[in-house]
Each structure stands twice: as structure tokens, then as C-alpha cells.
Design a binder for this molecule. Sequence first.
Ligand SMILES: *Cc1c(COP(=O)(O)O)cnc(C)c1O
Length: 418
Amino acid sequence: MKPMGSIPAEFQGEGPLIIAGKPAEAWIAQAGDTPLFVYDFAIVSARIARFRAAMPAGLDLHYAIKANPFAPLLAAIAPLVDGLDVASKGEMALALATKPGAAISFAGPGKRDDEIEAAIAAGVTLNLESEGEARRALAAGERLGVTPRLAVRVNPEIELRGSGMKMGGRASPFGIDADRAAALAKLVVAAGADWRGFHIFAGSQALDPRAIIETQAETLALAARLAEQVGVTPPLVNLGGGFGIPYFPGEAPLDIEMIGAALGESMTSRLAALKDARFAIELGRWLVGEAGVYLTRVIDRKESRGETFLVVDGGLHHQLAASGNFGTVVKRNYPIAVATAATQGETETVSVVGCLCTPLDRLADRVALPVARPGDVIAIFMAGAYGLSASPAAFLGHPLPAEILAGAADSPNAILTS
Ligand SMILES: *Cc1c(COP(=O)(O)O)cnc(C)c1O
């Protein structure tokens, strides 16, 4: 038997799984079939409220859409955040349609000229990833007769310790090396563009608050040094994000109150070069990851050489991350449960495998679960971020799963099926 991560508190309890006040089977009935994703918006809004309470005044919160671009979810989040971060023209169109006039920033290496033009025409801030991109953005602004809004994304010398995905401290396709960032900002200012400041993103999926605190303090110091070199106060310093969630055994939720207190101190004592700057943190995973549950039905139960397999109608084509093939080196078990079990009492050791013809499609490896039979429903938690949109949905040609937003006032039980 191998351990699994802990089920988020909102979904713990005896008996059949309850999501946003209703049993899993009720959501399945509403969707019409399995597999499906259900996102509990109450969890997302509680996260946002907790962030606001923990963080200092003068700090904006942006949502990084790529974590979960489901349109009803985005529509529910948009009024609660100060900005949206996008990484493609498609995400930009979604953001503009959802929150016209919002602060939208566009990051990502390899922005095409048509993406750059669309962003400038819409007043979206481009986070410049290179000198070449800066030249193309300035030229596009001239072609369009529109002053482009440009921020400089910095590849910092800083490394976010213990982060699942390191974005700084090394050669990188993201941003401009810190020692060239001030020169680029100066060029942008001199060219008459609307310089929006710096964007400094050092890593993702960090669970050690001390590492985040250290990184944020270094990020502020770096931004201040750069601002001094530029000689103009950056309107905004985007400190990146990196707040992680506990997927695996032994991991604990992030103490964001501790981070907020420390960030408040660094912001209060910041250097003169940043006195009039605003600050922002952009988050995806931490806001939405724990709100999502992937529900999939057991089709077959089989034995092979002494092991029991539950074969389900979903798989890695919808929830790649749970199979350990998205950003992890070692396969570890996401929290998982039998949603239809009357009690979570007596257990057996089983592997839960998806319906795809590949041995990679293993959603849980030798975990202890209540005895489940064909017809029972398996719930995989932590499915709200980098789930469906980060999975190879076209692989093997199965239908798309439904997605349901539960518990949002504006879009009650918004549902989208394939
Ligand atoms: C992906 C991304 C984020 C969000 O990261 P999370 O780990 O989901 O919070 C933030 N900023 C940028 C630039 C990104 O590319």
C-alpha cells in the first residue's frame, strides 16, 4: 500500500461524498454522465477572502487564467480580483469578454505579431519576455497608432527554494536576465510606450512560507535596484505567485498569514525608488486547485497477479496531473475516495486506472480505499487547477468530460458538456 495526500477539509466526512451541499451522484445526474469535474466556488471565494485578510493593503490579486479557464468559473472569479493574467490570444479574448476594462496582462514567450497587435489594440499590458519582443511590440504600436502598455518581465537571480517548478535563477526562455532588465525598461520609456513596471516570477507550487518570504523580499530589493537604474518609479511590481497546495502525503497547507505579515513589513520598509509603486501577486493553483473534484465511474474490477485494479471511465486525458505525468518526477498519489461508499471504514488496497490504452494511465497506485464495484464513483481531489485544460483531451478520442461550477451566485450550477 502507498500513502495518498489528504483530502481537503471541505470534502471530508463519513458516507457518500458531498460536494457543495449535494451528493456526487446528484452532480452526475445534472451533468448527464460521468466523467465530470465539479468546482465548488465557495472554496474559491473563501480563498480570495483569506488572501485579502492576510495580505497588506496596496497589494493587488491577479488570477492566472491558465490554471483553470472554465468560462463560468472565470466569470465568477473576475469580480473578486484586481486583474487577470493571460498567456495566449485565446485566454486574452476570454478575459476581455469576461471583464472588459480589467487590468489584463499577457505573459509567455513566443507571442506572435498578431497576438501582440491584438493585445495593444485592446489595451492589454504585454509582459515583455525579450528585447526582440520589445522591438516587435513598439513597432506594432506604431503600426496601430496606439501607445502600447509594456511591462518588463525579469528573469531574476533568485530561486524559489523548494518550488515544484523553478522559474528563476538560471538560463530561461522566460523574461529578460536581471542585468539587462533596466536597460530594456529605459528603452521602453524612451520610445514613448506606457511603461507598466516589472514582472518577476521566481517559481510555482511552493509550500514553504519561509522560502516564499525570502523570495518576495529579494524580489522587492531587485525591483528597487532596477527602478533606481531606470530612474522612473515602476507603476506596478508584479511579484509573481508560487503559492502551492498540498497534493501529497506529508505536505501541509501554506501559511499565507505568515507570508502576508512579512510582505507587509517589506512593503512598509521598501526603498524610496518604489515608494509610489503598486504591487500585485498573481495566483492560479492556490485559488482554484482545491475547489475541483474529478468524478469518474468504475467500469470494471479485475485481479492480476494478486493485485486489484479498478478501471474507471475517465483517465489521464482529463486529469493528467493525477497520473504523475505533469510536472512531477516521481508518481505519488493524489487524494482519492470512493464517492459512493456508504462508509469510508473497511478498506482494501487497489490501483485505480483510467480507460486509456497506456500504462501511464494510472490515477492511483496501490492505495487503501473502501471496497468498490462497477457502478461506484471514484473522486479525485485537487482537480481544480491544471486539470482538464492541462491534459491531452484529444488522445484516444474519448468525449470531453462535463464541467460544473457549483455554488456561484451569478451562475448557479453553470454546466458545460461536450
Ligand atoms: C502559470 C503562471 C502563474 C500561475 O502559477 P500558479 O502556480 O498556478 O499560481 C502566474 N504567473 C505566470 C507568469 C504564470 O505563467
